[in-house]
Design a protein around this ligand. Sequence first.
Ligand SMILES: NC(=O)c1ccc[n+]([C@@H]2O[C@H](COP(=O)([O-])OP(=O)(O)OC[C@H]3O[C@@H](n4cnc5c(N)ncnc54)[C@H](O)[C@@H]3O)[C@@H](O)[C@H]2O)c1
Length: 368
Amino acid sequence: MFEGKPEPQCLEVELGPRSYPVYIRAGCLKHLGKLIIQAGLGPKGLLVTNTTVADYYATLTQSSLEQAGLQVRSVAIPDGEAYKNLEWASRLYDAALEAQLDRRSPVIALGGGVIGDLAGFVAATYLRGVPLVQVPTTLLAQVDSSVGGKVAVNHIQGKNLIGSFYQPSLVVIDPHILKTLPARELIAGLAEVIKYGVIWDAEFFAFLEEKVEKALVLSMEVIEPIIARCCAIKAEIVKLDEREEGIRTLLNFGHTVGHAVETLTHYQVYRHGEAVALGMLAAGWIALELGRWSLSEFQRLRELLQRTGLPLHVPGADPRKLQELMVHDKKNLQGALRWVLPRSLGQAEINRQVPEELVRRALEKLVS
Ligand SMILES: NC(=O)c1ccc[n+]([C@@H]2O[C@H](COP(=O)([O-])OP(=O)(O)OC[C@H]3O[C@@H](n4cnc5c(N)ncnc54)[C@H](O)[C@@H]3O)[C@@H](O)[C@H]2O)c1
Protein backbone atom coordinates (compact mmCIF):
# COMPACT_ATOMS: atom_id res chain seq x y z
CA MET A 1 0.00 0.00 0.00
CA PHE A 2 1.37 3.41 -0.95
CA GLU A 3 1.42 5.32 2.31
CA GLY A 4 3.34 8.34 1.26
CA LYS A 5 6.92 7.63 2.34
CA PRO A 6 8.35 4.62 0.55
CA GLU A 7 10.50 6.49 -1.99
CA PRO A 8 14.03 7.44 -1.05
CA GLN A 9 14.86 11.13 -1.46
CA CYS A 10 17.41 10.33 -4.08
CA LEU A 11 16.23 8.23 -7.00
CA GLU A 12 18.31 6.96 -9.86
CA VAL A 13 17.08 7.00 -13.43
CA GLU A 14 18.80 3.87 -14.67
CA LEU A 15 19.85 4.22 -18.28
CA GLY A 16 23.29 2.63 -18.36
CA PRO A 17 25.88 5.29 -19.22
CA ARG A 18 23.14 7.94 -19.27
CA SER A 19 21.94 7.20 -15.69
CA TYR A 20 21.46 10.12 -13.32
CA PRO A 21 20.25 10.94 -9.82
CA VAL A 22 17.08 12.84 -8.93
CA TYR A 23 17.28 14.59 -5.54
CA ILE A 24 13.97 15.49 -3.91
CA ARG A 25 13.98 17.38 -0.64
CA ALA A 26 12.24 20.50 0.66
CA GLY A 27 14.85 23.24 0.98
CA CYS A 28 17.53 21.56 -1.18
CA LEU A 29 17.90 24.52 -3.57
CA LYS A 30 20.48 26.00 -1.23
CA HIS A 31 22.62 22.88 -1.73
CA LEU A 32 22.46 23.03 -5.53
CA GLY A 33 26.10 24.15 -5.93
CA LYS A 34 27.40 21.30 -3.77
CA LEU A 35 25.29 18.75 -5.65
CA ILE A 36 26.65 19.98 -8.98
CA ILE A 37 30.24 19.74 -7.74
CA GLN A 38 29.55 16.28 -6.27
CA ALA A 39 28.31 15.22 -9.70
CA GLY A 40 31.72 16.18 -11.09
CA LEU A 41 30.46 19.13 -13.13
CA GLY A 42 31.85 22.64 -13.51
CA PRO A 43 33.64 24.83 -12.64
CA LYS A 44 31.90 27.05 -15.23
CA GLY A 45 28.22 26.98 -16.06
CA LEU A 46 25.25 28.70 -17.63
CA LEU A 47 22.19 29.35 -15.46
CA VAL A 48 19.02 29.69 -17.54
CA THR A 49 15.87 30.97 -15.90
CA ASN A 50 13.01 33.36 -16.61
CA THR A 51 12.30 36.79 -15.18
CA THR A 52 9.49 35.59 -12.87
CA VAL A 53 11.47 32.74 -11.34
CA ALA A 54 14.58 34.93 -11.14
CA ASP A 55 12.75 37.43 -8.93
CA TYR A 56 12.09 34.71 -6.39
CA TYR A 57 15.07 32.39 -6.62
CA ALA A 58 18.02 33.86 -8.56
CA THR A 59 19.76 35.26 -5.48
CA LEU A 60 19.54 32.04 -3.47
CA THR A 61 20.57 29.93 -6.47
CA GLN A 62 23.52 32.11 -7.43
CA SER A 63 24.87 32.26 -3.90
CA SER A 64 24.63 28.46 -3.62
CA LEU A 65 26.54 28.10 -6.89
CA GLU A 66 29.18 30.69 -5.95
CA GLN A 67 29.71 29.22 -2.49
CA ALA A 68 30.46 25.89 -4.14
CA GLY A 69 33.10 27.60 -6.30
CA LEU A 70 31.16 27.60 -9.55
CA GLN A 71 31.52 30.51 -11.98
CA VAL A 72 28.14 30.84 -13.55
CA ARG A 73 26.82 33.16 -16.20
CA SER A 74 23.04 33.82 -15.82
CA VAL A 75 20.44 34.54 -18.45
CA ALA A 76 16.82 35.34 -17.49
CA ILE A 77 14.61 35.11 -20.53
CA PRO A 78 11.11 36.65 -20.65
CA ASP A 79 8.36 34.53 -19.14
CA GLY A 80 6.22 32.52 -21.54
CA GLU A 81 5.86 29.65 -23.98
CA ALA A 82 6.40 32.14 -26.83
CA TYR A 83 10.12 32.33 -25.94
CA LYS A 84 10.73 28.59 -26.21
CA ASN A 85 12.10 29.01 -29.71
CA LEU A 86 15.27 28.90 -31.80
CA GLU A 87 15.82 32.64 -31.45
CA TRP A 88 16.19 32.35 -27.69
CA ALA A 89 18.20 29.17 -28.05
CA SER A 90 20.57 31.16 -30.23
CA ARG A 91 20.91 33.89 -27.59
CA LEU A 92 21.77 31.21 -25.07
CA TYR A 93 24.47 29.82 -27.41
CA ASP A 94 25.90 33.36 -27.55
CA ALA A 95 25.96 33.54 -23.75
CA ALA A 96 27.58 30.10 -23.52
CA LEU A 97 30.28 31.11 -25.99
CA GLU A 98 30.93 34.43 -24.25
CA ALA A 99 31.28 32.61 -20.93
CA GLN A 100 33.65 30.13 -22.66
CA LEU A 101 31.78 27.09 -21.44
CA ASP A 102 33.52 23.84 -22.19
CA ARG A 103 32.20 20.30 -22.45
CA ARG A 104 32.16 19.78 -18.67
CA SER A 105 30.29 23.03 -18.00
CA PRO A 106 26.65 22.42 -17.12
CA VAL A 107 23.64 24.27 -18.42
CA ILE A 108 21.44 24.71 -15.35
CA ALA A 109 17.70 25.03 -16.04
CA LEU A 110 15.92 26.82 -13.19
CA GLY A 111 12.25 27.11 -14.08
CA GLY A 112 9.13 25.33 -15.30
CA GLY A 113 8.80 23.12 -18.35
CA VAL A 114 9.41 25.99 -20.76
CA ILE A 115 12.85 26.73 -19.32
CA GLY A 116 13.66 23.03 -18.88
CA ASP A 117 12.84 22.27 -22.51
CA LEU A 118 14.67 25.29 -23.93
CA ALA A 119 17.78 25.04 -21.73
CA GLY A 120 17.77 21.28 -22.33
CA PHE A 121 17.73 21.82 -26.08
CA VAL A 122 20.68 24.19 -25.78
CA ALA A 123 22.58 21.71 -23.58
CA ALA A 124 21.91 18.95 -26.11
CA THR A 125 23.29 20.95 -29.02
CA TYR A 126 25.97 23.34 -27.70
CA LEU A 127 29.38 21.74 -28.43
CA ARG A 128 27.43 18.61 -29.45
CA GLY A 129 26.18 18.26 -25.89
CA VAL A 130 27.17 19.57 -22.48
CA PRO A 131 25.82 18.38 -19.10
CA LEU A 132 22.29 19.44 -18.22
CA VAL A 133 21.13 20.09 -14.65
CA GLN A 134 17.37 20.33 -14.26
CA VAL A 135 16.08 22.39 -11.33
CA PRO A 136 12.33 22.31 -11.95
CA THR A 137 10.19 24.95 -10.23
CA THR A 138 6.62 24.07 -11.26
CA LEU A 139 4.79 20.94 -10.16
CA LEU A 140 4.46 19.88 -13.79
CA ALA A 141 8.20 20.15 -14.28
CA GLN A 142 8.97 18.43 -10.96
CA VAL A 143 6.78 15.40 -11.69
CA ASP A 144 7.14 15.17 -15.43
CA SER A 145 9.21 17.31 -17.78
CA SER A 146 12.51 17.44 -15.84
CA VAL A 147 12.88 13.65 -15.87
CA GLY A 148 13.06 11.52 -19.00
CA GLY A 149 15.13 13.60 -21.39
CA LYS A 150 12.69 15.15 -23.81
CA VAL A 151 14.01 18.57 -24.81
CA ALA A 152 12.59 20.83 -27.50
CA VAL A 153 11.79 24.24 -28.86
CA ASN A 154 8.65 25.28 -30.70
CA HIS A 155 8.37 26.01 -34.41
CA ILE A 156 5.90 28.40 -35.96
CA GLN A 157 4.05 25.34 -37.29
CA GLY A 158 3.68 23.64 -33.93
CA LYS A 159 4.88 22.96 -30.43
CA ASN A 160 7.99 20.92 -29.66
CA LEU A 161 8.67 20.20 -33.33
CA ILE A 162 12.44 20.76 -33.02
CA GLY A 163 13.94 18.63 -30.30
CA SER A 164 15.77 15.59 -29.11
CA PHE A 165 16.07 12.97 -26.41
CA TYR A 166 18.82 14.24 -24.14
CA GLN A 167 19.02 13.04 -20.56
CA PRO A 168 20.09 15.43 -17.79
CA SER A 169 23.13 14.64 -15.65
CA LEU A 170 21.35 15.66 -12.46
CA VAL A 171 17.85 16.68 -11.36
CA VAL A 172 17.42 18.69 -8.15
CA ILE A 173 13.85 19.09 -6.92
CA ASP A 174 12.98 21.41 -4.04
CA PRO A 175 9.22 21.08 -3.35
CA HIS A 176 9.41 24.14 -1.12
CA ILE A 177 9.82 26.25 -4.27
CA LEU A 178 6.21 25.47 -5.14
CA LYS A 179 5.05 27.85 -2.37
CA THR A 180 5.30 30.78 -4.77
CA LEU A 181 3.64 29.00 -7.68
CA PRO A 182 0.22 30.40 -8.69
CA ALA A 183 -2.60 28.08 -7.53
CA ARG A 184 -3.73 27.43 -11.08
CA GLU A 185 -0.28 26.15 -12.06
CA LEU A 186 -0.26 23.84 -9.05
CA ILE A 187 -3.66 22.44 -9.98
CA ALA A 188 -2.58 21.94 -13.59
CA GLY A 189 0.46 20.00 -12.37
CA LEU A 190 -1.78 17.78 -10.27
CA ALA A 191 -3.49 16.58 -13.46
CA GLU A 192 -0.19 14.95 -14.50
CA VAL A 193 0.12 13.49 -10.99
CA ILE A 194 -3.32 11.91 -11.25
CA LYS A 195 -2.34 10.55 -14.67
CA TYR A 196 0.41 8.43 -13.08
CA GLY A 197 -2.12 6.91 -10.69
CA VAL A 198 -4.45 5.92 -13.50
CA ILE A 199 -1.89 4.43 -15.85
CA TRP A 200 0.50 2.84 -13.37
CA ASP A 201 -0.34 2.72 -9.68
CA ALA A 202 -3.80 2.15 -8.18
CA GLU A 203 -2.54 2.55 -4.60
CA PHE A 204 -1.05 5.90 -5.48
CA PHE A 205 -4.39 6.89 -6.99
CA ALA A 206 -6.13 5.95 -3.73
CA PHE A 207 -3.53 7.96 -1.80
CA LEU A 208 -4.36 10.97 -3.95
CA GLU A 209 -8.06 10.49 -3.28
CA GLU A 210 -7.30 10.59 0.42
CA LYS A 211 -4.84 13.49 0.40
CA VAL A 212 -5.64 15.78 -2.49
CA GLU A 213 -6.81 18.63 -0.25
CA LYS A 214 -3.48 18.50 1.59
CA ALA A 215 -1.62 18.52 -1.70
CA LEU A 216 -3.56 21.61 -2.74
CA VAL A 217 -2.32 23.52 0.31
CA LEU A 218 1.19 22.17 -0.29
CA SER A 219 1.52 20.24 2.89
CA MET A 220 5.14 19.06 2.54
CA GLU A 221 4.54 15.64 4.08
CA VAL A 222 2.12 14.96 1.22
CA ILE A 223 3.61 16.82 -1.71
CA GLU A 224 7.13 15.46 -1.24
CA PRO A 225 6.13 11.79 -1.45
CA ILE A 226 3.79 12.61 -4.33
CA ILE A 227 6.66 14.12 -6.33
CA ALA A 228 8.94 11.23 -5.39
CA ARG A 229 6.37 8.62 -6.48
CA CYS A 230 5.76 10.36 -9.81
CA CYS A 231 9.50 10.60 -10.51
CA ALA A 232 9.95 6.94 -9.57
CA ILE A 233 7.17 5.90 -11.94
CA LYS A 234 8.56 8.05 -14.73
CA ALA A 235 12.05 6.63 -14.12
CA GLU A 236 10.66 3.09 -14.34
CA ILE A 237 8.84 3.78 -17.59
CA VAL A 238 11.75 5.66 -19.19
CA LYS A 239 14.10 2.81 -18.23
CA LEU A 240 11.83 0.41 -20.12
CA ASP A 241 11.42 2.61 -23.18
CA GLU A 242 13.68 5.66 -23.34
CA ARG A 243 12.66 6.82 -26.82
CA GLU A 244 8.90 6.29 -26.68
CA GLU A 245 8.77 3.34 -29.01
CA GLY A 246 6.35 1.38 -26.82
CA ILE A 247 5.29 1.60 -23.20
CA ARG A 248 6.39 5.23 -22.72
CA THR A 249 3.38 6.10 -24.89
CA LEU A 250 1.25 5.44 -21.79
CA LEU A 251 2.52 8.76 -20.42
CA ASN A 252 0.48 10.39 -23.17
CA PHE A 253 -2.75 9.40 -21.44
CA GLY A 254 -5.09 12.37 -21.87
CA HIS A 255 -2.78 14.07 -24.35
CA THR A 256 -4.53 13.12 -27.61
CA VAL A 257 -7.61 15.17 -26.84
CA GLY A 258 -5.61 17.51 -24.58
CA HIS A 259 -3.39 18.73 -27.43
CA ALA A 260 -6.42 19.27 -29.64
CA VAL A 261 -8.08 21.36 -26.91
CA GLU A 262 -4.91 23.43 -26.48
CA THR A 263 -4.55 23.98 -30.23
CA LEU A 264 -8.22 24.84 -30.74
CA THR A 265 -8.04 27.46 -28.01
CA HIS A 266 -4.62 28.73 -29.24
CA TYR A 267 -2.92 27.85 -25.94
CA GLN A 268 -4.69 30.85 -24.43
CA VAL A 269 -7.51 29.29 -22.42
CA TYR A 270 -6.24 26.10 -20.79
CA ARG A 271 -3.01 25.27 -19.03
CA HIS A 272 -1.43 22.07 -20.36
CA GLY A 273 -2.50 20.07 -17.29
CA GLU A 274 -6.06 21.33 -17.54
CA ALA A 275 -6.24 20.17 -21.15
CA VAL A 276 -4.79 16.80 -20.11
CA ALA A 277 -7.51 16.47 -17.46
CA LEU A 278 -10.14 16.98 -20.17
CA GLY A 279 -8.34 14.47 -22.36
CA MET A 280 -8.23 11.89 -19.55
CA LEU A 281 -11.99 12.20 -19.18
CA ALA A 282 -12.57 11.76 -22.92
CA ALA A 283 -10.26 8.73 -23.06
CA GLY A 284 -11.88 7.33 -19.92
CA TRP A 285 -15.30 7.67 -21.45
CA ILE A 286 -14.15 5.90 -24.63
CA ALA A 287 -12.72 3.04 -22.55
CA LEU A 288 -16.02 2.83 -20.74
CA GLU A 289 -18.03 2.71 -23.97
CA LEU A 290 -15.74 0.02 -25.37
CA GLY A 291 -16.50 -2.06 -22.31
CA ARG A 292 -12.82 -1.95 -21.32
CA TRP A 293 -13.23 0.07 -18.09
CA SER A 294 -15.67 0.12 -15.20
CA LEU A 295 -18.13 2.92 -14.54
CA SER A 296 -17.21 3.07 -10.85
CA GLU A 297 -13.52 3.72 -11.63
CA PHE A 298 -14.37 6.26 -14.30
CA GLN A 299 -16.48 8.07 -11.70
CA ARG A 300 -13.60 7.98 -9.22
CA LEU A 301 -11.37 9.68 -11.80
CA ARG A 302 -13.99 12.31 -12.55
CA GLU A 303 -14.53 13.02 -8.89
CA LEU A 304 -10.81 13.34 -8.16
CA LEU A 305 -10.33 15.75 -11.07
CA GLN A 306 -13.27 17.78 -9.80
CA ARG A 307 -11.97 17.92 -6.23
CA THR A 308 -8.60 19.03 -7.56
CA GLY A 309 -10.27 21.97 -9.28
CA LEU A 310 -9.62 20.80 -12.83
CA PRO A 311 -12.08 21.49 -15.68
CA LEU A 312 -14.51 18.76 -16.69
CA HIS A 313 -15.92 20.43 -19.82
CA VAL A 314 -14.80 22.57 -22.77
CA PRO A 315 -17.86 24.74 -23.13
CA GLY A 316 -18.64 25.95 -26.62
CA ALA A 317 -15.93 24.03 -28.49
CA ASP A 318 -16.76 22.42 -31.83
CA PRO A 319 -16.30 18.63 -31.50
CA ARG A 320 -15.74 18.31 -35.26
CA LYS A 321 -12.83 20.76 -35.15
CA LEU A 322 -11.35 18.98 -32.15
CA GLN A 323 -11.46 15.71 -34.06
CA GLU A 324 -9.81 17.24 -37.13
CA LEU A 325 -7.00 18.61 -34.97
CA MET A 326 -6.40 15.20 -33.45
CA VAL A 327 -5.80 13.74 -36.87
CA HIS A 328 -2.94 16.21 -37.32
CA ASP A 329 -1.40 15.35 -33.99
CA LYS A 330 2.26 14.52 -34.47
CA LYS A 331 1.82 11.41 -32.34
CA ASN A 332 -0.19 9.81 -35.13
CA LEU A 333 1.40 6.62 -36.31
CA GLN A 334 0.74 5.72 -39.94
CA GLY A 335 -2.58 7.49 -39.84
CA ALA A 336 -3.93 5.74 -36.76
CA LEU A 337 -4.21 7.61 -33.49
CA ARG A 338 -2.63 5.88 -30.53
CA TRP A 339 -5.22 6.11 -27.80
CA VAL A 340 -4.12 5.46 -24.26
CA LEU A 341 -7.12 3.96 -22.52
CA PRO A 342 -7.51 2.92 -18.88
CA ARG A 343 -8.15 -0.78 -18.32
CA SER A 344 -8.42 -0.58 -14.56
CA LEU A 345 -6.92 1.91 -12.13
CA GLY A 346 -3.16 1.46 -12.34
CA GLN A 347 -3.28 -0.16 -15.75
CA ALA A 348 -3.73 1.25 -19.22
CA GLU A 349 -3.45 0.02 -22.78
CA ILE A 350 -2.69 1.46 -26.20
CA ASN A 351 -5.50 1.18 -28.70
CA ARG A 352 -5.15 2.14 -32.37
CA GLN A 353 -8.65 1.15 -33.38
CA VAL A 354 -11.09 3.41 -31.62
CA PRO A 355 -13.99 4.01 -34.04
CA GLU A 356 -14.27 7.63 -35.18
CA GLU A 357 -17.92 7.68 -34.24
CA LEU A 358 -17.05 6.84 -30.65
CA VAL A 359 -14.44 9.60 -30.57
CA ARG A 360 -17.03 12.05 -31.86
CA ARG A 361 -19.46 11.09 -29.12
CA ALA A 362 -16.78 11.41 -26.44
CA LEU A 363 -15.96 14.91 -27.71
CA GLU A 364 -19.63 15.85 -27.80
CA LYS A 365 -19.93 14.84 -24.17
CA LEU A 366 -16.87 16.94 -23.33
CA VAL A 367 -18.17 20.13 -24.92
CA SER A 368 -21.72 19.89 -23.58
N1 LIG B 1 9.98 17.66 -21.77
C1 LIG B 1 8.88 17.06 -21.37
O1 LIG B 1 8.85 15.85 -21.14
C2 LIG B 1 7.64 17.89 -21.16
C3 LIG B 1 6.52 17.32 -20.57
C4 LIG B 1 5.41 18.11 -20.33
C5 LIG B 1 5.43 19.46 -20.70
N2 LIG B 1 6.54 19.98 -21.29
C6 LIG B 1 6.61 21.40 -21.66
O2 LIG B 1 6.55 22.15 -20.46
C7 LIG B 1 6.02 23.43 -20.75
C8 LIG B 1 5.00 23.79 -19.70
O3 LIG B 1 5.66 23.79 -18.45
P1 LIG B 1 5.03 24.47 -17.15
O4 LIG B 1 3.63 24.05 -17.02
O5 LIG B 1 5.98 24.23 -16.06
O6 LIG B 1 4.94 26.01 -17.57
P2 LIG B 1 5.94 27.24 -17.45
O7 LIG B 1 7.33 26.82 -17.54
O8 LIG B 1 5.45 28.26 -18.43
O9 LIG B 1 5.65 27.79 -15.98
C9 LIG B 1 4.35 28.24 -15.65
C10 LIG B 1 4.37 29.61 -14.99
O10 LIG B 1 4.84 29.47 -13.65
C11 LIG B 1 5.89 30.41 -13.40
N3 LIG B 1 6.71 29.79 -12.38
C12 LIG B 1 7.53 28.72 -12.52
N4 LIG B 1 8.00 28.34 -11.33
C13 LIG B 1 7.52 29.20 -10.42
C14 LIG B 1 7.63 29.31 -9.01
N5 LIG B 1 8.28 28.40 -8.29
N6 LIG B 1 7.01 30.35 -8.39
C15 LIG B 1 6.28 31.24 -9.11
N7 LIG B 1 6.10 31.15 -10.43
C16 LIG B 1 6.71 30.14 -11.07
C17 LIG B 1 6.52 30.60 -14.74
O11 LIG B 1 7.25 31.79 -14.79
C18 LIG B 1 5.30 30.61 -15.65
O12 LIG B 1 4.70 31.86 -15.64
C19 LIG B 1 5.47 23.38 -22.15
O13 LIG B 1 6.37 24.05 -23.01
C20 LIG B 1 5.46 21.89 -22.48
O14 LIG B 1 5.64 21.65 -23.85
C21 LIG B 1 7.64 19.22 -21.51
